[in-house]
Write a protein that binds this ligand. Structure first.
Ligand SMILES: N[C@H](CCC[C@H](N)C(=O)O)C(=O)O
Length: 255
């Protein structure tokens, strides 16, 4: 079976053209393919399938083989893949687990429209919201030396989130006007990843609430640079775009 490897700011994915619906989905098999020692190695695996009324369907699995919620960087990579396959031109509308998404393709960037966000649970020391996946957002002054793995894991498994399916956990340092740096502990990977698209989306909206950052936020992540654009309306946040690179790294044959 042919596979491709894509990465978006270091969030990396095994990608398979499954328009024939023949990929043998099983948690063990997907976890094996994503394993960095015994398999290909990736933060997740995605299938591109046909979908009536859309250009394609995105199916996303975390590296532990569980079917994930939405993955923003994965979505950007799958749009690049669909473009590389010649399925789409510069614009697309596709369907994912959290609903319909539009995206725009340019030579060096993919701009992906995210779901609207109207509910944010704002607490004294964190914000929690669903941007397609659940995200906890908290702030620190020293991101470089922060124990992202230890603290992230404790929050992900601790209450009130642990018993409700867990959460992804984002640690944010303010870098200036409309600029953040973010590190993320990802559920389903159970480790820090180099970038998380739904995660930086949550961080940008949190920064609007807490710091008044308007219209856009530039975000430095471990694997590069992402931008979030958004509109604040009386019903919450709309026209949210996740913008950044998405690159084919290699292709191969699964033994
Ligand atoms: N890396 C992903 C998020 C995956 C979410 C997943 N870890 C879960 O919540 O199950 C992104 O770029 O948005």
């Amino acid at each position: 079976m042919k596979f491709y490897k894509y990465q978006g700011t270091g969030n990396d994915f095994v990608v398979v053209d499954d328009r024939a619906n023949s990929f043998p989905i099983s948690q063990e098999y997907i976890a094996h393919l994503c394993h960095r020692r015994f398999g290909i190695g990736a933060d997740g695996l995605m299938l591109l399938q046909n979908a009536e009324g859309y250009d394609f369907r995105m199916i996303y699995f975390n590296s532990d083989g569980t079917e994930g919620s939405m993955c923003g960087n994965g979505g950007r990579c799958l749009v690049r893949f669909a473009h590389d396959l010649g399925i789409i031109g510069e614009q697309t509308t596709f369907i994912a687990v959290d609903g319909e998404h539009e995206a725009k393709v340019s030579a060096d960037k993919i701009s992906l429209k995210m779901i609207d966000v109207s509910e944010i649970d704002q607490q004294a020391d964190y914000d929690f919201m669903n941007t397609g996946s659940p995200h906890y957002v908290t702030y620190t002054d020293d991101l470089e030396h922060y124990d992202v793995y230890g603290s992230g894991k404790a929050i992900r498994y601790g209450e009130p989130f642990g018993s409700k399916g867990g959460t992804n956990v984002n640690f944010v340092e303010v870098k200036g006007e409309n600029a953040l740096a973010v590190r993320t502990y990802e559920r389903g990977v159970e480790d820090e990843t180099y970038a998380c698209g739904t995660g930086v989306t949550a961080c940008a909206l949190s920064a609007n609430l807490r710091l008044g950052f308007d219209n856009y936020v530039d975000i430095k992540v471990m694997g590069g640079q992402l931008r979030i654009e958004f509109e604040k309306t009386e019903n919450g946040y709309q026209n949210i775009y996740l913008i950044g690179p998405a690159v084919r790294v290699f292709e191969g044959e699964i033994a």
